[in-house]
Design a protein around this ligand. Structure first.
Ligand code: CA
Length: 424
């Protein structure tokens, strides 16, 4: 199935702003509530949301093998399970339908009234029912920084780190989408110098700048996915803020790793941008030394050039961008992560989500967490309203944004925006 939805010369009869993340070459997938309170699967071009359930009912996907209710779901799992051939056919059809030169839908006022929505008429929902969520730890800069802070310079990178993509199994029940507020968690911490722990609200709530990929049904129990096939099973990517309570994390993490300091909330952007749409933005991954074992070796460009930024917006004040990073800094790429995850025969299903791990770049202004940006609170950040932050304050809103740009084509993710509320 050719991927002609990516044609950079195509323009749409729907209005698209010059700097929009959502030109007709993007065609992401999401789930939203319509003005009539109907839940549907949709896509977006510019600032227009498109009801794919209604389009399908009106016959615009004729000829593509889709079940009748495939878009009338409250999540994308069944559509994702249909596989890449179907995703491509649907993206291609949408590209064709909204092409400036195609008047079929453009001239049908009645149908347009049914399928098109302004963004203020819809409410975005969580796009997938996440079955299993795994989080990696794949940025060398981040792992080194955190290692220095938690264990000292000598033991910063553990001996396994350069040989395998370190990861852990996260919790899917607390994955939420943009605009859903998060409560400051309470828990056990060991204050500096104290001999026994105390209980109370975390004093070190942090964001983690990550991306996450969503998989389709991939392998049966006992059968690994070879690295050269791994990308076939990746549906798309979202921005991912993996909320963390550093003081809870520091006390609880030995020896089994992340637990309550990590699983109270993880926020994802509502539009899943397909791996197909990101094709033009492939780049080489960082050189790996030592050379990984055979099952982790790959050919070609497996990283993606995606500009990322984090902003903090205090209540009633302007936002300050506190970090600018890039997805291409990841030491271990997605194909390696998926090959490693399944090398023991662990099955991966449609709607599973894999977090990249915090994406820190090489310079201090590209670090992907407050822990690193403020160096565990030793160097507070100055915001544009004059206030300082070591970590995230109550009623601050944290905003992650991301987009790729090349030869005048911009494909983006929009944003994931979350307000931190005080503890209950
Ligand atoms: Ca994380």
């Amino acid at each position: 199935m050719p991927n002609f939805a990516n044609n950079p010369d195509r323009s749409s009869w729907l209005h698209v702003d010059t700097h929009s993340d959502f030109p007709i070459q993007n065609i992401p997938f999401g789930v939203f509530l319509t003005r009539d309170d109907i839940i549907t699967i949709g896509t977006r071009i510019g600032d227009t949301a498109i009801d794919l359930g209604a389009l399908h009912q009106l016959g615009y996907f004729d000829g593509i093998p889709l079940t009748e209710d495939i878009f009338l779901q409250d999540n994308l799992n069944d559509f994702i399970a249909d596989g890449r051939k179907t995703w491509r056919a649907v993206r291609n059809r949408i590209a064709e339908l909204f092409d400036d030169n195609n008047s079929t839908l453009k001239s049908n006022v009645k149908h347009k009234e049914i399928v098109l929505f302004r963004l203020d008429e819809i409410e975005m929902q969580l796009p997938v029912q996440v079955g299993d969520y795994t989080d990696f730890y794949a940025s060398k800069e981040h792992a080194t920084n955190v290692g220095i802070m938690f264990r000292g310079k000598e033991n910063a990178l553990m001996p396994n780190w350069l040989h395998l993509p370190v990861g852990y199994h996260g919790r899917s029940s607390s994955i939420i989408t943009s605009d859903i507020p998060v409560r400051r968690p309470k828990g056990q911490t060991l204050p500096a110098g104290a001999e026994s722990p105390v209980f109370g609200p975390s004093k070190a709530v942090d964001f983690e700048l990550e991306m996450a990929f969503i998989t389709t049904d991939a392998n049966d129990l006992g059968y690994p996915i070879p690295i050269e096939e791994a990308e076939d099973y990746i549906f798309g990517l979202v921005l991912f803020n993996d909320w963390s309570a550093r003081d809870i994390q520091r006390w609880e993490y030995v020896p089994l790793g992340p637990f309550l300091g990590k699983n109270f909330a993880s926020s994802i952007s509502p539009w899943i941008v397909t791996l197909d749409a990101l094709e033009p933005f492939r780049v080489e991954s960082p050189t790996q030394n030592p050379t990984p074992l055979d099952y982790l070796q790959y050919q070609g460009k497996k990283s993606f050039d995606i500009n990322l930024e984090v902003a903090i917006k205090p209540e009633n004040n302007k936002e300050t961008v506190v970090s600018r990073s890039n997805f291409k800094y990841m030491y271990w790429n997605m194909a390696q992560q998926l090959a490693h995850h399944t090398v023991n025969g662990c099955p991966v299903n449609a709607g599973d989500m894999m977090g990249s791990g915090t994406i820190s770049g090489p310079t201090p202004d590209s670090y992907g967490s407050m822990l690193e940006l403020s160096w565990k609170g030793e160097k507070p950040l100055l915001l544009s309203d004059g206030s300082e932050r070591k970590f995230i304050n109550d009623n601050d809103t944290v905003i992650l944004r991301g987009h790729s740009e090349k030869n005048g084509l911009r494909i983006g993710f929009g944003e994931v925006k979350t307000k931190l509320l005080p503890s209950v």
